[in-house]
Design a protein. Structure first.
Length: 612
């Protein structure tokens, strides 16, 4: 190959490393490596003698000032000359793949020697590309150093009889992490994170590679399943974050930081239950999880949670939403904290509370729990109501008392105090987490529909859940539905006063199916609208439990047309077994013709006087 002198450096310079890079390698203390002179000695590598010095020169650094080409540049130069020699790209690619395969095989053998099974070792070395490349580069750099040394006059040639695969093996062994770095990278950690965590784990003898593999398998089995509830876990995480308005303790802060890492990914917190995304961040955020003993620490926590009523399939919800609990001591940390809730009669509800809000065993939430109890007592809220609110919606324990006061003041302005306040928060504790301006907007919404202050207050006491809903996503949607079935705006105040619960019924899952069922039995939309205007609870009844059995009895047994319920929709409110059937059989036995209103509109005394 002919190359012009203007483009090709002299061979001696081309192989020369940068001096500062050599010094960096020889001063490295992170892991023993073949770059360290002592390691070279152990592996029969002969250290090169320093280049001959000319006393007339100022210093060693001056004599090396022209050696500016690094090992990496030397590798690039070799690739350049290979290209200039017209080596086909396919051959070069094949050569690189062969080296990569040899490196992967070397790591697999090394991991097996450390105690990993063949399958585990194969999986690890197939998923640690950065680690493999680091070792390959290290071997290449060492070869570059050898070639530079051999090119210097008077140097002893470094032994190069060791094959590439064995060099990679020795390089991995000299790293001193005992296979932990490639294992951690195979979990999804970056190489830098894996290296830092490996140093932490190497401090304990209980963190050998086989033990770490078993720990990870067990944790993944507990944390990740085939259940399709990722969105529910993510939704609860967002809710917990949104309603936290107190100072967080260290464990909650770490959990929030963990959430934020996942939230930054495409898909957000819905990925919290995804093994592919969540586990690597879990390990990075809570490295102590991998240093714990499974048999003596983790499994007892799992069993204890099952014993207090947490379904096994929901234990993962608790661990993912509050990972520090995995490392808690049962006797010192978990039991004493949960016992605090016995004062509100929650002994039999602890499992449900933990699934809903795992932070109840954090220090900051427990401290706020005591403050909230004092606040409810000062507001003269009956204890049975405040206890019910906390047990049903423990998220309120993350709300500061000062913020809660603002919402309570809004309720008191509507003359909802003491027992009424207790009734409201027991039925809808999440109302306490509303922003005052959001609550005021719902009040204004009902005023615009024609309800006065007194009617709104009665509606609030009867169905407080309405005031915790979204105007755009819930209330407006219900208005649109009512309009489509024939309930016009002038009739809305009556419908709302008579059955406000209609506004918390799901349109797609409850209201529309009931409308379709009635229409399928011969009623028109106008019929249904007319019935709703006179009897608002109509669409609150279950098809299977109420509508179907009563319609079938009306048509098949009583022999009446479906149109009869248009005139008297209240028919659906009476008990089939206790009132409809007994009165029908009485009237039939006397061959009395009757309307539904005549049969059911009278109380028992009036009915007896007229027909018995």
């Amino acid at each position: 190959m002919n190359c012009s002198s203007s483009t090709v450096a002299p061979p001696a310079l081309m192989a020369a490393p940068r001096l500062h890079r050599l010094q960096h390698y020889f001063s490295s203390h992170s892991f023993p490596s073949p770059y360290n002179p002592r390691s070279l000695k152990h592996h029969s590598f002969i250290s090169p003698k320093p280049p001959p010095q000319n006393p007339s020169k100022t210093s060693i650094s001056a004599s090396f000032s022209t050696l500016r080409i690094s090992f990496q540049n030397n590798r690039k130069s070799r690739k350049y000359f290979a290209s200039a020699s017209q080596i086909p790209d396919s051959q070069q690619h094949t050569h690189e793949n062969k080296r990569l395969e040899e490196a992967r095989e070397a790591i697999r053998e090394y991991l097996e020697q450390l105690g990993a099974s063949r399958d585990d070792a194969s999986h690890i070395c197939s998923n640690c590309s950065k680690y493999l490349q680091m070792l390959i580069d290290g071997v290449d750099d060492l070869d570059d150093w050898n070639s530079w040394s051999a090119a210097s006059p008077g140097e002893e040639i470094i032994e190069d009889a060791v094959e590439f695969k064995n060099k990679v093996y020795q390089m991995a062994k000299q790293k001193g992490d005992n296979g932990v770095i490639p294992f951690l990278e195979s979990l999804g950690l970056s190489l830098s994170s894996a290296t830092r965590l490996a140093r932490y784990l190497s401090s304990s003898g209980s963190n050998s590679l086989p033990l770490l593999v078993q720990k990870v398998k067990y944790l993944k089995e507990i944390l990740f399943s085939d259940r399709d509830d990722h969105e529910l876990i993510g939704k609860n995480a967002r809710r917990m974050m949104a309603h936290l308005s107190i100072s967080a303790d260290e464990d909650v802060q770490q959990t929030l930081a963990f959430f934020e890492k996942i939230q930054a990914r495409r898909g957000g917190l819905n990925l919290l239950g995804s093994e592919d995304t969540s586990f690597q961040y879990l390990v990075e955020s809570f490295p102590r999880l991998l240093s714990m003993r499974i048999e003596s620490r983790v499994k007892p926590v799992v069993k204890y949670l099952e014993d207090i009523g947490v379904p096994k399939e929901h234990i993962r919800n608790i661990f993912l939403l509050f990972p520090p609990v995995i490392s808690y001591d049962i006797e010192k940390d978990i039991k004493p904290k949960l016992q605090s809730f016995e004062k509100i009669g929650a002994k039999d509800d602890l499992g449900k509370m933990l699934v809903k809000y795992p932070w109840i065993i954090s220090a900051s939430i427990l401290e706020n729990f005591e403050k909230i109890l004092v606040f409810f007592n000062d507001e003269k809220v009956p204890k049975v109501c405040s206890s019910h609110a906390i047990k049903n919606w423990p998220h309120i324990l993350g709300c500061s008392v000062n913020k809660m006061k603002l919402m309570v003041e809004q309720l008191e302005d509507m003359d909802i105090k003491n027992k009424k306040l207790g009734q409201v928060i027991a039925a809808s504790p999440q109302l306490l987490l509303r922003k005052p301006q959001e609550f005021a907007q719902v009040v204004s919404f009902f005023k615009d529909l024609g309800l006065d202050d007194e009617a709104i207050a009665r509606t609030l006491v009867r169905c407080p859940e309405i005031f915790a809903t979204s105007i755009d996503k819930t209330l407006e949607k219900k208005l649109d539905f009512l309009s489509k079935v024939g309930v016009s705006k002038p009739h809305l105040p009556r419908v709302i006063r008579k059955y406000p619960e209609l506004f918390v019924c799901d349109v797609d899952k409850a209201l529309l199916p009931r409308v379709r069922y009635l229409m399928g039995n011969g009623l028109s939309k106008n019929n249904i609208g007319s019935m709703l205007r006179r009897f608002s609870p109509l669409l609150g009844y279950s098809i299977e439990e109420v509508l179907r059995p009563k319609l079938e009895f009306l048509v098949r047994t009583m022999g009446k047309p479906v149109s009869e319920v248009v005139d008297y929709p209240r028919y659906f409110s009476y008990s089939l077994e206790k009132k409809i059937k007994p009165r029908y059989w009485v009237l039939k036995s006397r061959s009395i013709e009757f309307t539904l209103k005549e049969m059911l509109g009278k109380n028992d005394e009036e009915f007896a006087d007229e027909y018995l």
